[in-house]
Design a protein around this ligand. Structure first.
Ligand code: NAD
Length: 491
C-alpha cells in the first residue's frame, strides 16, 4: 500500500502564475495562503493575481493565437500534443492525486481512481477527436459552393471551482485547445495546485508558450477581470449559479463575449417500489450524496422515495452511513474526507441547524475534529422533508441528504421539477414505460436510470434552467469553443 503521508513530505508545489510559458509573481507581489483543509497546515503561498496579471495573460494568449503557432497548427499536430499531455498526466498520476487531495480534502482513493485518470481521459478524447471533426457543404444551386466551417474563437477564459479542480479544468481546457484556441485558466482560490502543474505538463507535451496560461487568485478580482476583459472571446465557467449570473453581467457590460455556464444543482433521485434491486439503489443513493463529501454539482441531494418503501430505504441508508464516516483523506480506505475550507463547513452546518428546526434529523449532522481540523461533517440524513423547505431547495454542497416521499409517479415528477436547478436526476424502476414517461417529464441535462451520475466523455454534460447552458464533454462541447463561418463561392 502507498504511504501517502510519507509522499506528502516530499512533494513540491508550484505557487506562481504561469504566463507565456514562465512562472511569474503577481504584479502587485501579493500572495495568498493555500491550506490543507484536512489539517489546516499551510501548503503554499500562491500569487494573488489581479487586473494587471490578467491583462498580461490575455495579451500572451492573444499573441500566441495570432501567431498561428497553435491556432493554425494541423489537427494532427494538436492531437499529438494533447494525447502526449494525457500520457504525462497518467505518468504523474500519484503526484497530481496527492496535490488534489492535499488541496481539496477529498479522499486520496477518489483522486487516484477518478479525478486524475478522468482528466487524462478527457485530454486523450478531445485530442483524438479533433482530426475527425468535419465542416459542411450546404445544399445550394449549381454554380455555388457554400462551405460552413468551424473556426477557433481566439482567447478562451476558463474559470473553474474547487470541487474537481483538475477535472473541471480539463473539461474546458481540452476541447478549447483541441479547437485551436489559446486559453487563460483561473482555478478557484482554494485549489490552485493541479492547474499550475497542468500548465507545466502541457508545455512538456509540446504546447507552445502562451497557448495555456494560468492566473491564480480570487474571483472578485482575477475572475471578474477575465469576465470583463475586452479581448477575451469566450468565457467558460463552472461554479455556483450566483457567480454564473455575475459572468452574464460582466459580458453584457463589456464585449458581449459568449458565456457558458455549468452551475449548481439539487438533483432528485427517484426510487420506486418496482425497482428490483433496492440494495443497489441504496448503495447508489449513499454514493450520490456522500461521495467527495457531497461537494458534487450532480449530488443526488433530494431523495424522493415511494412512500410504501420509504422507511425500509432510509434504514438501508443509515447502515451505509457507517462506511462514509469522515477520516484522514490520505488513508486509502477513507471514503469521506474533509470539507474544502472553514467557510464551507460553516455553511453546511448552518443548513443542518436550519434543517433540524423543520425536519427529522435521523443520521449524522455532527462536526468532527480530526488532525487538528474541524472541517469534517458526518453523513447526514433528514427525513420528513417537504420540497418547500430550504434544505430541499438550496444547494448545500455537503454530505446532507433530504428525504421526501411520494405516492404517485406524477407527484414524483412534479416534486423533482420543482427546483430552480435542472442538472441531473436518477430513476430507480424496472418499469420501462414509467422510465420513458419520466424521461419525457424531467427537465434536467442528464437522467441516470438504475445507475448514478452517468458521466462520460462520450455524452454531453450540463444543465437546464439555472444549472446553466451549453454542454461540456462530447463533440457538442466544440459548439462552445468554435464559431461557424460561411464561405460562399460563386463559380
Ligand atoms: P463559486 O461560484 O464560488 O466559484 C467558482 C469560480 O468562480 C472560482 O474560480 C471563483 O474564484 C470564481 N468567482 C467567485 N466569485 C466571483 C466573482 N464575483 N467574479 C468572478 N469570478 C468569481 O463556486 P465554488 O464554490 O468554487 O464551487 C461550487 C459550485 O460549483 C457549486 O454551486 C457547484 O454546483 C458548482 N459546480 C458545478 C458543476 C457543473 O458542471 N454544473 C461542476 C462542479 C461544480
Amino acid at each position: 500500500m502507498q504511504n501517502w503521508h510519507e509522499k506528502a513530505t516530499r512533494i513540491s508545489f508550484r505557487n506562481q502564475a504561469f504566463i507565456n510559458g514562465k512562472w511569474v509573481a503577481s504584479a502587485s507581489g501579493k500572495v495568498f495562503e493555500a491550506r490543507n483543509p484536512a489539517t489546516n497546515h499551510l501548503l503554499a503561498s500562491i500569487a494573488e493575481c489581479d487586473v494587471e496579471d490578467v491583462n498580461r495573460a490575455v495579451a500572451a494568449a492573444r499573441k500566441a493565437f495570432d501567431s498561428g503557432v497553435w491556432s493554425r497548427a494541423s489537427p494532427e499536430t494538436r492531437k499529438t500534443v494533447l494525447v502526449r499531455l494525457a500520457e504525462l498526466i497518467r505518468q504523474h498520476q500519484d503526484e497530481l492525486a496527492l496535490l488534489e487531495t492535499l488541496d481539496t480534502g477529498k479522499p486520496i482513493a477518489n483522486s487516484v481512481a477518478a479525478d486524475i485518470p478522468g482528466s487524462a481521459a478527457t485530454f486523450q478524447w478531445f485530442g483524438e477527436a479533433i482530426d475527425k471533426v468535419y465542416g459542411e457543404i450546404a445544399p445550394t444551386e449549381l454554380g455555388n459552393l457554400a462551405l460552413v466551417r468551424r473556426d477557433a474563437l481566439g482567447v478562451v477564459a476558463c474559470v473553474v471551482p474547487w470541487n474537481y479542480p483538475l477535472m473541471m479544468a480539463s473539461w474546458k481546457v481540452a476541447p478549447a485547445l483541441a479547437a485551436g484556441n489559446s486559453v487563460v485558466l483561473k482555478p478557484a482560490e482554494q485549489t490552485s495546485l493541479t492547474a499550475l502543474r497542468l500548465a507545466e505538463l502541457a508545455v512538456e507535451a509540446g504546447l507552445p508558450y502562451g497557448v495555456l496560461n494560468v492566473v491564480t487568485g480570487f474571483g472578485e478580482t482575477a475572475g471578474q477581470a477575465l469576465g470583463r476583459h475586452m479581448d477575451v472571446d469566450c468565457l467558460a465557467f463552472t461554479g455556483s449559479t450566483e457567480v454564473g449570473k455575475y459572468f452574464l453581467r460582466y459580458s453584457a457590460e463589456s464585449n458581449m463575449k459568449p458565456v457558458w455556464l455549468e452551475c449548481g444543482g439539487k438533483s432528485p433521485n427517484l426510487v420506486f417500489s418496482d425497482c428490483d434491486d433496492i440494495e443497489a439503489a441504496a448503495d447508489a443513493a449513499a454514493f450520490g450524496i456522500w461521495y467527495d463529501q457531497g461537494e458534487v454539482c450532480t449530488a443526488n441531494s433530494r431523495l424522493l422515495v415511494e412512500e410504501k418503501i420509504k422507511d425500509e430505504f432510509v434504514d438501508l441508508l443509515k447502515k451505509r452511513a457507517r462506511d462514509y464516516q469522515p477520516g484522514d483523506p490520505l488513508d486509502p480506505t477513507t471514503k469521506m474526507g474533509a470539507v474544502v475550507e472553514d467557510r464551507q463547513t460553516a455553511r453546511i452546518l448552518s443548513y443542518i441547524e436550519q434543517g433540524k428546526s423543520v425536519a427529522r434529523l435521523v443520521e449524522g449532522g455532527e462536526q468532527l475534529t480530526i488532525s487538528g481540523s474541524s472541517n469534517y461533517v458526518t453523513p447526514t440524513i433528514f427525513d420528513g422533508v417537504t420540497n418547500d423547505m430550504v434544505i430541499a431547495r438550496e444547494e448545500i454542497f455537503g454530505p446532507v441528504l433530504s428525504v421526501l416521499s411520494f405516492r404517485e409517479e406524477e407527484e414524483a415528477a412534479r416534486i423533482a421539477n420543482a427546483s430552480i436547478y435542472g442538472l441531473a436526476a436518477s430513476i430507480w424502476s424496472n418499469n420501462l414505460k414509467r422510465v420513458m414517461r419520466l424521461s419525457d417529464a424531467l427537465r434536467v441535462g442528464t437522467i441516470s436510470v438504475n445507475c448514478m451520475d452517468a458521466v462520460s466523455n462520450v455524452v454531453p454534460f450540463g444543465g437546464f434552467k439555472q444549472s446553466g447552458n451549453g454542454r461540456d464533454l462530447s463533440l457538442h462541447s466544440f459548439d462552445k469553443y468554435t464559431n461557424l463561418k460561411t464561405v460562399w463561392i460563386k463559380y
